[in-house]
Design a protein around this ligand. Structure first.
Ligand code: 13P
Ligand code: SF4
Length: 333
């Protein structure tokens, strides 16, 4: 059986064992989690059904804060690879599991270690700030990691004349430059989900729904951000819809966040912003959506696939994440 499981992981990146007939899969997942002292952490972009199974659902910053402080023996990360990797760096003695090893991130992919090394070498007197959507190798080359919910405040907390390199998301970098007046040097990377929003279709949708507010994630392209009523991380967007008095929103980020918005305020209307080239008519992150309930079941049952990182790499990468957590705490985030 062990060999069979290992082969499945090697061949597919996840365990494809059939689910036993007649079981209540959700109840079984929760039962195994309690029995094994495992915590289920999920990102807002995974399917609503999975979000509801988790002990904690949040944005990238909240999830890393949870991973750093949990007392669980096992962390099951229902999100994407860089998030599980961050959890492993913060909790190296815990077993960190991910339901499907193929759950990557196009943004993290857009920043290859060797290229980034050459890039930062050109600006050796600059502070290197990286978005959390990066590999552990990139974090090891970074001074401070940021997420979309703390980037503005962390960057504003640095001396006004600080020279900064920011990577890999150029849209977030441009946005932070525009709201802070800084002139960070930007790496040219982007997320395939957020760059495919259809500006003209969004403008039409706004005209058809004059009572709707456009709310967008800062990974979106500049023209979309310029016509938005509110820009923020996933948790900021969610909080905005909770506190704001509008009844309708056009939401320009991955569609998974709509689940929490609907739960918080079911009487409001949330329209997923249309994408240029999308088979689902919305904006699904195909990596986040690789997480399925069956994969979560097998992952927790067999305690695989596991995230393993070289100890030296953990040591080199942890500083930049710890810097982020300490600065966030200091700034009340
Ligand atoms: P946040 O949840 O931090 O807003 O990030 C969004 C994202 O793209 C995660 O991959
Ligand atoms: Fe990466 Fe974009 Fe998916 Fe977020 S939505 S995990 S940035 S590919």
């Amino acid at each position: 059986m062990i060999n069979n499981i290992e082969n499945q992981i090697k061949n597919f990146g996840y365990i494809s064992e059939p689910i036993p007939d007649g079981i209540d899969i959700k109840r079984e997942i929760r039962r195994m989690a309690d029995e094994k002292n495992a915590v289920l952490l999920g990102h807002f972009y995974v399917d609503g059904e999975l979000q509801d199974l988790c002990d904690f659902v949040g944005d990238s910053l909240q999830l890393s804060q949870q991973a750093a402080k949990t007392n669980a023996d096992i962390i099951v990360f229902i999100g994407v690879h860089f998030m599980a990797e961050t959890a492993k760096i913060l909790s190296p003695n815990k077993k960190v599991l991910i339901p499907d090893l193929n759950a990557g991130c196009s943004l993290a992919e857009s920043c290859k270690t060797e290229d980034f090394k050459k890039f930062i070498e050109k600006y050796s007197d600059h502070i290197v700030i990286s978005y959390v959507n990066t590999t552990a190798e990139i974090k090891a080359l970074t001074d401070i990691v940021v997420t979309s919910s703390n980037a503005k405040k962390i960057i504003e907390s640095l001396p006004k004349d600080a020279k900064i390199i920011f990577g890999p998301d150029k849209n977030l970098g441009n946005y932070i430059n525009s709201v802070t007046g800084r002139e960070m040097i930007l790496w040219d990377g982007a997320c395939h989900v957020h760059k495919q929003f259809d500006l003209e279709a969004i403008i039409r949708l706004k005209q058809e729904n004059p009572d709707a507010k456009l709310i967008s994630h800062p990974e979106c392209e500049k023209p979309i951000l310029l016509i938005s009523d509110f820009v923020g991380s996933t948790s900021n967007l969610l909080e905005f819809t909770k506190k704001d008095d509008s009844l309708k929103y056009i939401v320009a980020t991955e569609s998974g966040i709509l689940h929490q918005m609907r739960k918080a305020n079911p009487s409001k209307t949330y329209i997923p912003a249309p994408a240029l080239d999308s088979t689902c008519g919305c904006n699904d992150c195909n990596f986040m959506k690789l997480n399925t309930i069956e994969k979560v079941y097998n992952c927790i049952k067999y305690e695989q696939p596991e995230i393993n990182l070289d100890e030296k790499l953990i040591k080199r990468a942890e500083k930049s994440i710890i810097n982020m957590l300490e600065l966030s705490k200091k700034l009340g985030l």
